[in-house]
Design a protein around this ligand. Structure first.
Ligand code: GAR
Length: 224
């Protein structure tokens, strides 16, 4: 059930690109719509705009270079072991993948089971992977959208937390559709983080149930 936290939820963000979803979460925290603190933004890309955004807000920015791990037989797992050590050092309670374009392995997924979220610009389970707006248009879909889900080892899989749908219009291009979807991404990712912070997400198999909020000051009387 929803329990008021004494300290804000400690969130780490993994991002590879422009970081507009990171920005949406930062904005929601600043606006006090999300009770969380971002303990670090971590990237596999040295010049990720997401890292610049972190610096602007005095959030710790960390680049973890994949190159030194490349020669190892289990290079992806070795990289994730390094990330996991960092996340544990930072005491991160929730990890957000926000345009993190690297497949995460069981090393991270298992350590952060039901505590790692991803956002994806399609109505999963339709269109996992890349170029999903183009695919939705080509399929003649009438609706597209975005999904926040817990991360499992399958790419863009995992129990669905929140989705938002947008129409696909006759004149849409992949870019115009992506822009319409992105507006919704910026709403649902902070919402999912706040639901997590309030302890309201309950995972049961593939399904995520959202518990009702307990109004502040209302006593919870449990049957004896
Ligand atoms: C977002 O559209 C996000 O949904 C997508 O990458 C973009 C990152 O944008 N993620 C995926 O496709 C994951 N499979 P951002 O860097 O501006 O947040």
């Amino acid at each position: 059930m929803s329990a008021s936290r004494i300290s804000p939820l400690r969130v780490a963000v993994l991002a590879s690109g422009r970081g507009s979803n990171l920005q949406a979460v930062i904005d929601a925290i600043e606006a006090k719509q999300v009770q969380a603190t971002i303990v670090a933004v971590i990237s596999n890309k040295k010049n990720a705009v997401a890292l610049e955004r972190a610096r602007k807000y005095a959030i710790k920015d960390i680049f973890v270079d994949p190159k030194p791990f490349a020669g190892q037989p289990d290079s992806r797992e070795a990289y994730d072991r390094a990330l996991l050590a960092l996340l544990q050092e930072l005491d991160a309670e929730l990890v957000l993948l926000a345009g993190y374009m690297k497949i995460v392995t069981g090393v991270l997924v298992n350590a952060y089971a039901n505590r790692m979220m991803n956002i994806h610009p399609s109505l999963l389970p339709s269109f996992p992977g890349l170029d999903v707006q183009k695919k939705a248009i080509e399929w003649g879909c009438k609706l597209a959208g975005c999904t926040v889900h817990f991360v499992t080892e399958g790419v863009d899989e995992g129990p669905i937390i929140v989705q938002a749908a947008v129409p696909i219009l006759d004149h849409d291009t992949p870019d115009s559709l992506a822009a319409r979807i992105l507006e919704q991404e910026h709403k649902i990712y902070p919402r999912a983080v706040q639901l997590f912070a309030e302890g309201r997400l309950r995972v049961d198999g593939r399904r995520v149930f959202i518990d009702q909020a307990v109004p502040v000051g209302e006593a919870v009387i449990s049957p004896s």
